[in-house]
Each structure stands twice: as C-alpha cells, then as structure tokens.
Design a protein around this ligand. Structure first.
Ligand code: NDP
Length: 245
C-alpha cells in the first residue's frame, strides 16, 4: 500500500493479540517490521511466517520495563533496516481489582509496562525521529481511559496518562513527527489471561466472548493511520464493538 511500503515499523507486544495482528497487517502492506516482546519463541515464529509470506521481519526479545531494552530495540531496528519510521507502543497488561484490595504489586506492574514502557519507547525513538526529520508514534491506549469504571482504577489511570502524553506530544511535535492514539474497546486477545482474580477474569472472558471485536479490527486502524500521506496526522481513533456501552 502507498505510504506503507518500505516503511520501518517497530511493534512492541508483537507476540500476541493486537501487536501480532498489527505486525502482520503492516507487513502485508509492504512495511519492514521489527517485532518486540518477551516471549522470543512467539516473535521468532511470527517473523518466520511473515518472511515465508514474502514480507520482511526481524525480532528482538524486549522487556519494555527496561529502558536499555528499548534503546537496544530502536538501534537494532535502525541497524537492520537503516531507519525507523513508526514505533507502535502496544505492549500492555491489565490487572483488574478494587482499589481497596491493595494489589500494590499489580499497580506497579501496570505502571511499569503501560506507562513507563511507553515513555521509554518515546525516549528511545525520539532522537532517531529528530535526526531523520520525520517519524510516527502510535500509542495503543484504551477506552478504559475514557469511560471510568470500577476495578480499572490503575489500569485506566495508566491509559489516561498515555492519552495525555499522546496529545501533549502531538502539540509539541512542530511538524517533525506524527502522533496517533488508538483506543480500543473490548478486543478478543490474551489480555485477560494475566488477570489474577479468577472471578474477574471469568467475567471479562464472558463479556469478551459476547461482544469483543478482533485484533485485526484494531490493526486496520493502525494501517489507516500509517497509510496517510505525510501531511496528514491521524490524532485519535476510538474503536468499540458496536454493542459495547
Ligand atoms: P495481549 O495480552 O494479547 O498482548 C499483550 C502484549 O504485550 C503481548 O505481546 C506481551 O508480550 C506484551 N507485553 C506485556 N508485558 C510486556 C513487557 N514487559 N515487555 C514487552 N512486552 C510486553 O493483549 P492485547 O493485544 O489485548 O493488548 C495490547 C494492548 O492493547 C495493551 O496495551 C492493552 O492495554 C491494549 N488494549 C487491549 C484491549 C482488549 O480488550 N484486549 C482493549 C483496550 C486496549 P510478552 O508477554 O511476550 O512480553
């Protein structure tokens, strides 16, 4: 696809769900994708599938809670493909619980992955964008940052922080790079697998089975944002299942 072919796109959290679908969709349109996640075997397999299908892909084990991993990731992408056009900050985790359950370790994990992981990605890629005079950051946020509901205080807090950062970056970008925030509603992925409270996990799975859209639906939005000509910056996209309230 015009405006995607040849672009170098780094996707965090590419080992499953939205990140995996996004990498596949962009590679199909001719992007050179750099796959990042902690589960190396998954991103290795995905890279192989993309290559077998005629695309270009490399992978690097990355933990977004480690700033040095993100510095290494961006430099790896640049050394493999010569430049970095897009960073999709997608890696994320959701632990849902009442605030008074005081699951402090879960709070820390969400802040480290969902918020600090995004900031570390921005910090690592920004010097490359400045040197190139162009670039595109796409942050996968959530409708949880828009509609405040019980059990999601900290998760939604991290996502709302990313929403704020995304808009501030857009205003500060001064035409040097593009900034897009994509906020999915319920999407059928492995996100609920990591939830510790089995009752909450079952409730989310049940709701997700009934109403969720697919990761490919979100990948289409990423493709749309990346495919726009350089003078067009897609700021905010919110995508919910039609029947989600
Ligand atoms: P998945 O659980 O399928 O994917 C999460 C991805 O994040 C995995 O690839 C995982 O890879 C990666 N990840 C988690 N922790 C780290 C880490 N420390 N370092 C690097 N990668 C990490 O869920 P989704 O696809 O649903 O989630 C993707 C994004 O979409 C998240 O930011 C989530 O908040 C957001 N989102 C999801 C919604 C949904 O309903 N599913 C709704 C709204 C937003 P690995 O474990 O291999 O490191």
């Amino acid at each position: 696809m015009k405006n995607i072919k040849g672009k170098v796109v780094i996707v965090t959290g590419a080992s499953s769900g939205i990140g995996e679908s996004t990498a596949i969709a962009l590679a199909r349109q001719g992007a050179k994708v750099v796959l990042a996640a902690r589960r190396t075997e998954r991103i290795q397999e995905l890279a192989n599938c993309i290559i077998v299908a005629g695309g270009e892909a490399v992978y690097l084990k990355t933990d977004v809670t480690k700033r040095s991993d993100l510095v290494e990731l961006i430099s790896f992408g640049k050394s493999k493909f010569g430049r970095v056009d897009v960073l999709v900050n997608n890696a994320g985790i959701a632990h849902l619980s009442r605030l008074d359950a005081l699951e402090v370790e879960d709070w820390e994990e969400m802040i480290d992955i969902n918020l600090k992981g995004v900031l570390f990605g921005i910090a690592a890629v920004m010097p490359v964008f400045k040197a190139q005079g162009s670039g595109h950051i796409i942050n996968i946020i959530s409708t949880a940052g828009i509609q405040i509901v019980p059990l999601m205080a900290v998760y939604a807090g991290t996502k709302n922080a990313v929403r704020t950062i995304t808009e501030a970056m857009r205003q500060e970008s001064a035409g040097q790079y593009r900034v897009t925030g994509i906020s999915p509603g319920f999407v059928k992925t492995e996100l609920a697998n990591h939830m510790k409270d089995s009752a909450i996990q079952a409730a989310i799975r049940d709701r997700s089975t009934k109403i969720a859209i697919s990761p490919e639906d979100i990948a289409s939005a990423v493709v749309y944002a990346v495919s726009q000509p350089g003078h067009v910056d897609v700021g905010d996209i919110v995508i919910r299942p039609t029947i989600q309230d």
